[in-house]
Design a protein around this ligand. Structure first.
Ligand code: TRP
Length: 463
């Protein structure tokens, strides 16, 4: 996939020097690897907690179904129809549809959003590496897990040096895989390590079931209390849906460029969304029993899993081994997601001929690293600088996830629903029956754009 083989002239599936996913399964794995990551296990629980549980989860699920899946299909189809980086695919497809080339700016916006998200994402991935390292140390010193998990997290955040070290390691690993285009490595990581993470999550859900707080968790997650819902809750639920499915910044579009012709886009999008949502819900069912059992605060914010999970690992036999495996596998999941956050920018730069794939990846990596320093320092030396109560990291996460992703998604939906030639679209979705196609088209043309627009207005307090 990420390798660039020589184009075979005349073969529609090998345009523009792109490689190709080796199979339908390879694409499903890569896209699921992109979707499943910190968004499910780190972000979903803490944002759910900040928004009061049940009603938020329900709105999130509605957004996945009504906006997410149709848009997932849209991004894949634009990528596959364009067969270039998102920026150039959008430009060329717009021109082929007799519209303005300026639609390429949706791709430019996407690359910028990816850069913003990857910055704080890499810092948090660094936290998981630090935790994995910590538990590895405990395995070797056979100490029992420190019983002051909260203090451990605070210590980590207070140290810019440590944060920068782990951040640098994660960014380097991400640049490495994007530059090398190690298809086999990525495929293997997703095929073997992701199921392991899944099993580990199941084990932790089992632990939660035994804790006596599972019932409370289920009602917390699944009993909606709409009195807690305001425009901002809905905005955040929608942002989380975009974030979790990797939508709105053309990352999936970039992957779509490598999708073989015979892949059924609708079915594939359904599988990806199901896997992604399943993992998020499991993460919630694993974490909240611990929160309730130890009387921890649900308003912990981005540190939620880092201060709660250590309680469980301290409690379980071989908890240090579990802790090590969990955080390492989570870092791998973050890694397979980071690739898709970089891919739109890297693919565009390396198409321009002035960059090799390696220099493009390094450029994006360095830019990410620099921006990530802002997030690192907002945890310590800059923590006093806030706008509207949010520090730099919180601000960039809020703006990128809750405002820019839906905006990018809105633009993509408008492009596919209203601009792109219908012949091209129908050809890409040829497996859909007429009824399914009409439903999809209705969701993309009307439901998605109207919902995003209305949610923006209500969050802004206009309605
Ligand atoms: N979806 C990933 C996660 O849940 C993160 C991610 C990868 C992402 N690519 C993206 C988020 C594109 C938004 C847009 O961890």
């Amino acid at each position: 996939m990420l390798s660039s083989e020589n184009p075979t002239p005349g073969n529609d599936d090998q345009v523009s020097g792109h490689g190709m996913w080796s199979s339908r399964m390879a694409f499903i794995l890569a896209a699921t690897g992109s979707a499943v990551g910190l968004g499910n296990i780190w972000r979903f629980p803490y944002v759910t907690a900040e928004n009061g549980g049940g009603a938020f989860v329900l709105i999130y699920l509605v957004c996945i179904a009504a906006i997410g899946i149709p848009l997932l299909m849209s991004e894949i189809l634009v990528g596959r129809a364009g067969r270039h980086s998102p920026i150039n695919s959008l430009k060329q497809l717009a021109q082929r549809s007799q519209r303005t080339w300026r639609w390429m700016f949706v791709g430019v916006l996407g690359a910028l959003i990816g850069w913003m998200i990857l910055s704080f994402y890499s810092m948090v991935a660094g936290w998981t590496l630090a935790y994995g390292w910590h538990y590895l140390g405990e395995i070797f010193s056979s100490t029992t897990v420190a019983l002051d998990p909260d203090g451990k997290f605070d210590d980590l955040l207070a140290s810019p040096g440590a944060l920068i070290f782990w951040l640098t390691l994660f960014v380097t690993l991400s640049v490495g895989i994007v530059a090398l285009g190690v298809e086999k490595g990525l495929e293997r990581a997703v095929r073997i390590l992701m199921p392991m993470l899944f099993v580990l999550l199941l084990l932790m859900v089992g632990y939660g079931m035994a804790s006596g707080f599972f019932q409370q968790t289920l009602s917390y997650l699944f009993t909606p209390d709409f009195s807690k819902v305001d425009g901002n809750t809905i905005l955040q639920a929608m942002g989380q849906a975009f974030f979790s499915l990797s939508l709105g910044m053309t990352g999936i579009m970039a992957y779509g460029a490598y999708v073989p012709r015979d892949v059924n886009i609708g079915k594939t999008a359904g599988i990806i969304a199901l896997a992604d949502t399943g993992v998020a819900l499991l993460a919630g069912m694993a974490i909240f029993p611990i929160v309730f059992a130890h009387g921890l605060s649900t308003g912990e914010g981005p540190g939620l899993i880092f201060v709660t999970l250590p309680y469980a690992f301290a409690d379980i036999e071989f908890g240090n081994i579990l802790g090590f495996s969990f955080f390492l596998l989570l870092a791998v999941a973050a890694w397979t997601s980071a690739i898709s956050l970089m891919e739109p920018a890297v693919a565009y730069l390396s198409e321009s001929k002035r960059f090799s794939r390696l220099s493009a990846a390094v450029t994006v990596g360095v830019a990410t690293w620099v921006l990530a320093l802002g997030s690192v320092f907002s945890m310590n030396i800059w923590s006093g600088y806030t706008i509207g109560g949010k520090n730099f990291q919180e601000l960039i996460e809020y703006i990128a996830s809750n405002l820019l992703l839906p905006l990018g998604g809105l633009a993509t939906g408008l492009f596919v629903g209203w601009v792109l030639s219908r012949v091209i679209v129908r050809e890409q979705l040829s497996e859909l029956s007429d009824g399914q196609y009409q439903l999809w088209r209705f969701l993309v043309r009307y439901v998605g754009p109207v919902l995003v627009f209305v949610v923006f207005l209500s969050a802004a307090g206009v309605i």
